[in-house]
Design a binder for this molecule. Structure first.
Ligand SMILES: [Zn+2]
Ligand SMILES: [Zn+2]
Length: 292
């Protein structure tokens, strides 16, 4: 319970639009009015008894064990760069056809699971229904994915990472939504990983939701969407850009380009979910649901 209350405080801070500053600043602001913070947490607990934010059942954390059991985890075999899973009979290590052609500054990305079932629902509820108690849960799943990387085939050098950079929203969209889901997830991940969170890039191009666009159109639409924040240097560091979803990779790639302009040496990516490959049963299931 204490953890949920802490989370509510840090989320209120992030929702107030300070998400771009370093995590440590957030801690200072949260403790400046401790009595008010404690009182509000108590009222919030009485008004909103703990429940799973995805299925609604009474549960001590925002993501219950049943929902956790329905996550489509990404496990080997997968593409060493973009983490798209391959059918289990393709055990030979290789890059997917998309990555074989790629000249992206984003070296590789890892995701917790497929954008399907309960994990998709959690990401969407955080983003569109303001279910901010899910942010620390998703950050913990990301951190577990980071820890697991050392034991994976083609493991990424996450031990060399020096900073986390959120793939922030455009300021206009953040105002509409009231918070920035990538920044909130990164904030919690930075705490768990004991890593500085640096807003090194800012989104300067307001792009419409890109769901209907083809991958190449998305890439063109997002070219130049991010710029380095003036005066912030990534100082030849190895950094990880963090976002909630990987669809075609266009957002993280644009963000990685800006990180390189800000001086980063190597840029990797982490997302909670990634698009479901067409061969996967979860994609077939979605089509059946969509088709009635
Ligand atoms: Zn649940
Ligand atoms: Zn790939």
């Amino acid at each position: 319970m204490a953890r949920r209350q802490e989370d509510a405080g840090s989320q209120a801070f992030l929702a107030a639009g300070h998400a771009g500053t370093r995590a440590r600043k957030g801690e200072e602001d949260c403790v400046s009015l401790p009595w008010l913070y404690r009182a509000w947490s108590e009222v919030a607990r009485l008004l909103y008894p703990p429940r799973c934010e995805v299925c609604g059942r009474d549960w001590e954390t925002a993501f219950c064990d049943d929902c956790l059991a329905r996550v489509e985890w990404i496990t080997a075999p997968y593409c060493a760069r973009c983490n798209v899973p391959f059918p289990e009979n393709q055990t030979e290590r290789h890059l997917c056809s998309e990555c074989r052609r790629s000249r992206s500054p984003l070296l590789a990305v890892r995701s917790v699971g497929l954008h399907a079932r309960t994990l998709r629902e959690a990401v969407l509820r955080l983003k569109f229904r303001n279910a901010q108690l899910l942010a620390p849960v998703l950050a913990r799943l990301l951190f577990e994915r980071v820890l697991q990387e050392a034991d994976e085939p083609d493991s990424l050098p996450f031990g060399e990472v020096k900073a986390l950079v959120p793939a922030v929203l455009h300021p206009r969209r953040r105002r509409w939504r009231g918070f920035d889901q990538a920044a909130v997830i990164t904030y919690h991940l930075a705490e768990l990983w004991e890593m500085p969170m640096i807003q090194a890039v800012t989104r300067v191009k307001f792009t419409r939701p890109q769901i209907e666009l083809e991958p190449e159109q998305r890439r063109r639409n997002l070219a130049g969407a991010f710029k380095p924040v003036p005066g912030v240097s990534l100082d030849e560091k190895t950094v990880v850009v963090v976002d909630d979803v990987w669809t075609t990779g266009a957002t993280l790639e644009a963000c990685a380009r800006a990180c390189r302009l800000a001086g980063a040496d190597r840029v990797y990516g982490l997302t909670v979910t990634r698009a479901v490959p067409s061969w996967h049963p979860a994609a077939v299931e979605r089509l059946q649901i969509a088709g009635g």
